[in-house]
Design a protein around this ligand. Structure first.
Ligand SMILES: [Zn+2]
Length: 130
């Protein structure tokens, strides 16, 4: 499909999901922005002050942690964008693995969920057993 996604018109449940998605998305965008600001601030403060190797490495470590956190939020934003696309296509709320409908309660708690609770807990089991 060429061009940008048109601004969709949602009704009823779809509108509720859309609003829930946008709410989480706005919260995350705010966090990402704030995170980047604090990174800049930390770097400016430390620059010229840090001379010991130990300080540098712990600083890098913290920097990586923060970056990782930011990336995770970035991924969630991507998930939300994908979810909005599925909402447009009428595929929203269907588990990507088994094709079952994801429960409404789950979608309200995590509007960007792509797996039903059954598949999700199976994934979590697999992670634990690895
Ligand atoms: Zn499933």
């Amino acid at each position: 499909m060429p061009g940008k996604t048109r601004v969709p018109e949602f009704k009823g449940k779809e509108l509720e999901y859309y609003n829930a998605l946008m709410k989480v998305r706005n919260q995350l965008s705010g966090q990402i922005q704030g995170g980047i600001d604090s990174l800049d601030c930390t770097n400016t403060e430390k620059r010229g002050v840090t001379t010991h190797m130990a300080d540098v490495s712990s600083d890098n470590f913290r920097h990586e942690m923060e970056l990782q956190m930011l990336t995770e939020n970035g991924n969630t934003v991507k998930l939300i964008d994908d979810a909005i696309e599925r909402l447009v296509n009428g595929e929203y709320g269907i588990c990507m693995e088994c094709g079952e409908r994801i429960s409404e309660a789950r979608l309200m708690a995590r509007p960007y969920a792509v797996f039903c609770i059954k598949c999700k807990s199976r994934h979590e089991e697999m992670m634990k057993n690895r």
